[in-house]
Design a protein around this ligand. Structure first.
Ligand code: TYD
Ligand code: MG
Length: 455
């Protein structure tokens, strides 16, 4: 086969040049030229994406019978939960996460279960040798002798093997190690990653094999990260969590076959990842006495409420005051401090403010605002909040407290875990008193702060 030609295309304006240069001649941006395969030059090139654009006829929506995709559960409940019930034939799943967080472990366990269920599964490892994978599988006590293994990084060879074996599920660990003959750039470059995943996606759609791609994320998510793949694949899952603690979260970021923001919770043990089916109290730390600067938030992750301790530390600044968050949005903290000043009359202008969500969990929902606010005020005044208090609610720029979705579920979960008081947005307050938990409804930031004076 003639070697496919490549060209360099600008990611900003789309201009193409035959050779790499630092600056794009089209839009004068720097470092935007990325290698890609020159298409349509040969019949082979024209065929490359034919699977993605199978001849389709024009039809009306009413004439199409909706078809529920059959799913293949992996048997690992927490993993199936984030997948939306299981793997879909022909679906492509991307699992991203920091190195060492447990991607290979989880996928080996999932394939092991499927192999035990007599499914034809193939594990393609570009990072570890067959012996290493076998050793890990032995350590995980997987009884999966039928699982097929291929240690290979050349895309063309992998595609040939896939076509021969026709597995029901194939895992590629990892996409950054693959390289295609068609491109000159090194494995892991954006061009290689994009080309390899496009080819594997085409294979999945044509053959009905479920393909799971593993992708590494660098700290800043920039360097050839799997971000460029998010558009190509059907499902994007991200591993989160503190590598120092044993808990791992798998979050659905995009899912064409299910709900997003569903969360799978695992604990890393010496026998691999174990699902945690009741994780709501996982992210609370144990304090012997009530401490200042700590406030428990009830957040909603997918279908499950989760209680997370929010910690704040406010301390005299030396020089420029610092605003730092771990697990929460930094800009949102600046906004909350401004609201606190304008509507609560409390200033932190000469203070460093640090805010942390305990346990390495990342909270994106605005309903965390009220908990952050209360934790900051508690730390500033060195006055602990009652230990059995929970809160949630979004804070608006006008000082109003906005309701959060599924308030009743959150309150029920908190009551179940023995919390006795809750500060919630007025619109979330239950119509009838709830057993075991006293609900304090607030409409404005001032009311929430006033409430704190009583403790
Ligand atoms: P791994 O799945 O190799 O990470 P990734 O593929 O995301 O880079 O996970 C590696 C970590 O998990 C490693 O630091 C050791 C730990 N681990 C356990 O604690 N118990 C186990 O049974 C296994 C297999 C790994
Ligand atoms: Mg790995």
């Amino acid at each position: 086969m003639a070697k496919a030609k490549s060209q360099y295309a600008c990611t900003e304006c789309g201009a193409t040049v035959p050779k790499w240069q630092g600056q794009c001649p089209g839009c004068a941006q720097w470092n935007t030229l990325v290698e890609s395969v020159l298409e349509a030059a040969t019949p082979a090139a024209a065929k490359r994406f034919s699977g993605l654009t199978a001849a389709a006829r024009l039809q009306t929506l009413a004439s199409i019978a909706p078809r529920e995709e059959p799913r293949q559960p992996t048997g690992i409940d927490e993993f199936d939960r984030v997948l939306g019930g299981g793997l879909v034939p022909g679906g492509v799943v991307l699992i991203g996460g920091d190195p060492g967080i447990g991607k290979s472990t989880l996928l080996l366990q999932a394939l092991g279960r499927l192999a035990q269920a007599r499914l034809n599964v193939l594990y393609i490892s570009g990072e570890e040798s067959g012996e290493q994978v076998a050793l890990r599988s032995q350590r995980l006590q997987l009884d999966a002798g039928g699982m097929k293994l291929l240690a290979e990084i050349n895309l063309e060879k992998i595609l040939t093997t896939l076509a021969e074996v026709k597995p029901a599920v194939a895992v590629i660990d990892s996409i950054q190690t693959l390289w295609s003959d068609a491109l000159q750039s090194a494995p892991g470059s954006v061009a290689q990653v994009r080309e390899c995943s496009a080819q594997l996606t085409r294979f999945a759609k044509q053959s009905g094999t479920s393909v799971i791609l593993v992708g590494h994320v660098t700290k800043d998510g920039a360097l050839a990260g799997p971000r460029v793949l998010e558009h190509i694949v059907d499902t994007v899952l991200y591993f989160e969590g503190d590598t120092h603690s044993s808990f791992r979260l798998v979050r659905a970021f995009k899912n064409r076959f299910g709900a997003v923001n569903e969360l799978g919770v695992f604990a890393m043990t010496d026998k691999g990842l174990r699902g945690v089916s009741n994780p709501s109290a996982l992210f609370l730390s144990q304090h012997a006495q009530d401490v200042a600067g700590s406030c428990v938030l009830v957040t909603q992750e997918g279908t499950r409420p989760l209680l997370v301790e929010i910690q704040a530390l406010v301390d005299t600044a030396h020089g420029n005051p610092r605003r730092l968050t771990v697990g929460l949005e930094q800009n949102r903290l600046a906004m909350l401090l401004a609201v606190l000043h304008r509507h609560g009359g409390i200033t932190c202008a000469d203070q460093d403010v640090f805010v942390n969500a305990v346990g390495g969990v990342k909270i994106a929902e605005p309903a965390a605002d009220l908990a952050v606010l209360l934790a900051i005020v508690s730390s500033l005044r060195s006055r602990p909040l009652p230990g059995k208090l929970v809160t949630f609610g979004e804070v608006g720029l006008a000082g109003e407290i906005r309701p959060a979705p599924r308030g009743q579920d959150r309150l029920k979960e908190a009551a179940k875990l023995g919390f006795t008081h809750a500060i919630v947005p007025k619109a979330n307050a239950p119509k009838q008193a709830m057993a075991g938990i006293e609900v304090i409804a607030v409409e404005r930031v001032e009311q929430a702060l006033e409430q704190m004076r009583h403790w």
